[in-house]
Design a protein around this ligand. Structure first.
Ligand code: SDX
Length: 381
């Protein structure tokens, strides 16, 4: 401890790199070995065998549900899908050109007005709010998409799971079984990732004992940044700009020469392959082959080889997800809102954990400004 200032002597890397800021059981990222677990279960087991709803239960309760518990959660989610009429009305006045993440942030903030229990931070109260938010984020995103295209929102169906309901509310059509399963696994893969920027944001806000809507609104804002969740859209824009596999190498060399950050590569924690990208690469290839559009995966693979050769960088979760969503016919600027539709489960899991054993999150800064500066009256400046 620095006696003079009463400050901890330890300084962190820029961006809190390497700092352990909390204890948590929600999820763990092993960046050296490329292992991701949720409450002790490996992401590959969950992607293979689980569903998004089962993963939500796991993140909130620390164990897999029994059949009755899973049915209970699905019923609760279905019972809470409807948006308050006032929020649906408010959304009709959103500009059609609004950024979807701004629309999502604004609608989520407004949802608090119509939840009488929004400030009940007890475990039961917070779980009720977590259920409302998890059920409603996909409806908000799909409603915005319909309204900005001059169409009436498609009502959520209580018989569909979150993955199928979302795709159905976007297009009015039920997805094929295979696309529904692929999208369900995408939601599992994006559900939690330890103290990433948006999750950490949600914990800092919850740490002041602010309500869950405020904590999630802040998390959505953090996720929208291109260095975080916003990267998936930019990867697809990059693929559309490159256009053909033959142009991939020249494009990348130009990007690296101009010191550009290539979206979808690199990670603060993973120094090897992001385990989630293994599944997303498979889905991107499968969907491309099914639609006769393999040029996107071919460009992605070319860029991947080159980025490793040049920068020893690996793809992250955003690298393949965009092409998979694009091949499902989802508009590019909805890719990051989809990230939020999944990550709401991890955010709320962390917020529940923060409320249960809270201490205000308040780090220090290393003051590097001047000291002893005299006050000079304005006439003399
Ligand atoms: C997500 O934290 C999480 O867990 C996030 C996430 C989650 O699930 O919540 O995994 C989701 O946000 C994934 C990341 C999506 N973002 C991107 O794809 C944007 C592109 N990536 C980079 O901006 C970067 O890799 C970050 C932001 C992801 C990580 O940044 P760091 O840890 O601050 O690393 P850095 O910027 O200091 O880079 C270290 C070196 C630098 O080289 P030098 O200048 O030291 O020579 O690696 C280079 C960087 O130039 N580098 C890149 C690069 N990423 C790092 N060079 C080119 N392209 C890149 N993408």
């Amino acid at each position: 401890m620095d006696k003079a200032e009463g400050k901890p002597a330890a300084k962190t890397g820029a961006g809190l790199e390497g700092v352990v800021a909390a204890e948590s059981s929600i999820g763990d990222v092993d960046g050296v070995n490329g292992v991701l677990i949720y409450q002790g279960l490996d992401i590959h087991d969950l992607a293979e065998h689980s569903t998004f709803e089962e993963t939500v239960f796991l993140l909130w309760h620390g164990r897999l549900p029994g059949r009755a518990e899973l049915d209970g959660l699905r019923a609760e989610l279905a019972a809470n899908q409807q948006l308050p009429a006032e929020v649906s009305e408010l959304m009709r006045r959103f500009p059609a050109g609004a950024e979807p993440m701004d629309a999502l942030r604004t609608a989520v903030s407004a949802l608090a007005f119509y939840d009488a229990g929004s400030r009940d931070l007890s475990r039961e109260g917070a779980l009720r709010t977590a259920t409302k938010l998890t059920a409603r984020l996909p409806v908000v995103v799909a409603t915005f998409e319909r309204l900005r295209n001059g169409k009436e929102p498609v009502e959520p169906r209580p018989d569909l799971n979150i993955a199928s309901n979302f795709l159905h509310m976007l297009s009015g059509e039920e997805p094929s079984e295979r696309v529904a399963r692929i999208f369900d696994v995408c939601l599992i893969l994006h559900a939690d990732h330890e103290l990433n920027a948006s999750t950490f944001t949600s914990r800092v806000i919850a740490g002041t004992l602010a309500d869950m809507y405020g904590a999630v609104t802040g998390a959505i804002a953090a996720l929208s940044g291109p260095l975080h969740g916003g990267a998936n859209t930019n990867v697809m824009k990059m693929l559309l700009e490159i256009g053909e596999p033959e142009r991939a190498e020249a494009w990348l060399r130009e990007a690296l020469a101009s010191k550009k950050k290539v979206m979808g590569f690199g990670h603060r924690v993973y120094k090897t392959e992001d385990p989630r990208s293994v599944w997303l690469r498979k889905f991107s290839r499968e969907l491309g082959e099914a639609r006769g559009e393999t040029r996107w995966i071919e460009i992605l693979e070319r860029l991947r080889e080159l980025m490793f050769a040049e920068k020893k960088l690996y793809p992250n979760v955003d690298y393949y997800s965009g092409s998979a969503y694009y091949l499902m016919g989802i508009p590019l600027d909805l890719f990051t809102p989809i990230f939020a539709v999944s990550r709401i489960s991890g955010w709320t899991g962390h917020i529940l954990e923060q409320y249960a054993n809270n201490r205000l999150i308040r780090p220090r800064a290393e003051y590097v400004g001047p000291r002893g500066v005299p006050y000079v009256p304005i006439e003399e400046r």
